[in-house]
Design a protein around this ligand. Structure first.
Ligand code: NDP
Length: 313
């Protein structure tokens, strides 16, 4: 079985930053990229708030830059999904990871950077129309709805970004906001409110999705103040209501909170297992920014280096 000093799980800003630091510290890190190589930023449009890009940067281009930087220092970047973990509670012990349900590899330190995934409302119709009207990624799927009317549900930065992106392709975008205000940053809210072909329906919730065997035709909504219901004609329904941490493979082993975010020690990325560190959105439900994920990725690599150093490696 392969044995390594450091394995990084996940390839978002946290994973790549951990890789850059770990590789420069000569830990010869191995990275398993996971289900969505490059992470969530590969589904976003422009990233305007990552320091160092005064004109903004395309999410995919930024992740490619991070990948190239991690590779430049010798990170061994591999396709593959970690499907099982057997973490060792002994200091200095090897942790065993199963890749794609077949190969096993071991490492003394593991950096978890598995990020988070989009949440859905939980309506049976979402599953029925998945790929035929329902999407959680405007950048991935918006093109298929060019020239058609669409609905976006959510009121955070993701929803605002999806709505403005779709407004460039679609003649009418309706945004469903369940309260009388949005959670999105003021700048993003202004962008939505200033876009002529976006209509915001306040205090409005999704009741059901309607359609036929060809796909979605409308979204049934209800005003939660007046009780009034209507069906908005739409062929696309974009869900943008937040994310769930990708931590299921660690359940029953690593300490996590009741929503699945991995618990780390104060001012540290250390988990309850020696040599297992967690960075990025898998442990952060407060900030969830690329730059904060990168910051904790750096911390995880430095902590891995110190842990191995203390073991005499
Ligand atoms: P958020 O958790 O910030 O927002 C989720 C939104 O979905 C909230 O408005 C919430 O409503 C709404 N919502 C949740 N459940 C339901 C439901 N069942 N029905 C209707 N609405 C629902 O998630 P985001 O994905 O928007 O953002 C996550 C983080 O990523 C944030 O920190 C954000 O700032 C950041 N981000 C930054 C971007 C950028 O800088 N370019 C782009 C995208 C995200 P309510 O407000 O009522 O709770």
């Amino acid at each position: 079985m392969e044995q390594h000093d450091c394995i990084i799980i996940g390839s978002g800003p946290a994973g790549y930053t951990a890789a850059i630091y770990a590789a420069r510290a000569d830990l010869k890190p191995i990275m398993y990229m996971g289900l969505q190589p490059g992470g969530q930023l590969t589904t976003t449009t422009e990233v305007d708030n990552f320091p160092g890009y005064p004109q903004g940067v395309d999410g995919n281009a930024m992740m490619e830059d991070l990948k190239n930087q991690a590779e430049r220092f010798g990170t061994d970047i591999r396709f593959g999904i970690v499907t099982k973990t057997e973490l060792n509670p002994e200091v200095g012990g090897y942790h065993t990871l199963t890749i794609d349900e077949s190969t096993q590899v071991q490492a003394r330190t593991v950096i978890i950077s598995t990020g988070a995934s989009a949440k859905y409302l939980g309506l049976p119709a979402e599953e029925k129309f998945m790929g035929f009207g329902v999407s959680a990624c405007a950048v991935c799927d918006g093109f298929f709805y060019k020239g058609q009317e669409v609905v976006v549900v959510g009121a955070g930065d993701t929803a605002a970004e999806e709505a403005t992106y779709l407004a460039k392709l679609c003649p009418k975008v309706t945004m469903l906001v369940r309260r009388d205000e949005m959670r999105a940053s003021k700048a993003m809210q202004n962008r939505v409110l200033e876009t002529k072909n976006i209509t915001v329906l306040w205090n409005t919730e999704t009741v059901d999705l309607v359609g036929d065997d060809k796909g979605l035709t409308g979204v049934q909504v209800k005003n939660n103040q007046t009780g009034e219901e209507e069906t908005i004609p739409a062929t696309g329904f974009f869900v943008a209501i937040g994310h769930k941490p990708n931590t299921d493979i660690f359940k029953g082993q690593i300490d996590m909170d009741d929503t699945g975010y991995i618990k780390t020690k104060a001012d540290s990325t250390a988990t309850n297992f020696p040599g297992v560190f967690c960075s990025g959105d898998a442990q952060d439900k407060i900030y969830r920014q690329a730059v904060t994920a990168a910051g904790t990725g750096c911390m995880a690599a430095l902590e891995s280096e110190r842990y191995l150093g203390a073991l005499g490696h």
